[in-house]
Design a protein around this ligand. Structure first.
Ligand SMILES: [Zn+2]
Length: 142
């Protein structure tokens, strides 16, 4: 699982600017996702288990999901939408809430102890997977 992320085909890029990304540490989950999808195609993993989005996640995807141009890798019938979940000790009652990608990234950039998880969801088959995680960079100014 420790292969280098060489990616000749180029993964579809989320539709947000690079300026904000440069202020953040990014963890990319593309490889984990591909491995899972490969297993599903090989019959090692049940597609039903992959497409198990929580009703609340589906509701969020429907109302606040940000559209992408990427086809769902499982059913290929719908475009994926993205959701941002933000976790941080200082967020109190807003901890774990869903936000727009933009707001989520801004929150992560503003507080190094806050993490923004971007989840991709298919509104047709309920495929869902963690796509990227963003954390703010600790700065010397503290
Ligand atoms: Zn789908």
């Amino acid at each position: 699982m420790q292969r280098k992320p060489s990616d000749p085909q180029g993964a579809p890029r989320p539709a947000f600017g690079r300026s904000k990304r440069s202020q953040l540490n990014v963890i990319d989950y593309t490889l984990a996702k591909r491995a899972l999808l490969r297993d599903a195609q090989a019959g090692l993993q049940s597609v039903n288990e992959l497409c198990d989005a929580h009703p609340e996640l589906m509701r969020a995807a429907k109302y606040v999901g940000e559209p992408t141009r990427s086809d769902c890798p499982v059913c290929k019938k719908d475009k994926l939408v993205l959701l941002a979940y933000v976790y941080g000790d200082r967020l109190k009652q807003e901890n774990g809430r869903v936000w727009s990608i933009d707001t989520g990234m801004r929150m992560a950039a503003a507080d190094p102890d806050t993490c923004c998880y971007v989840v991709e969801v298919c509104r047709s088959c309920q495929w869902n997977h963690l796509r990227e995680a963003f954390t703010g960079r600790h700065t010397a100014t503290g």
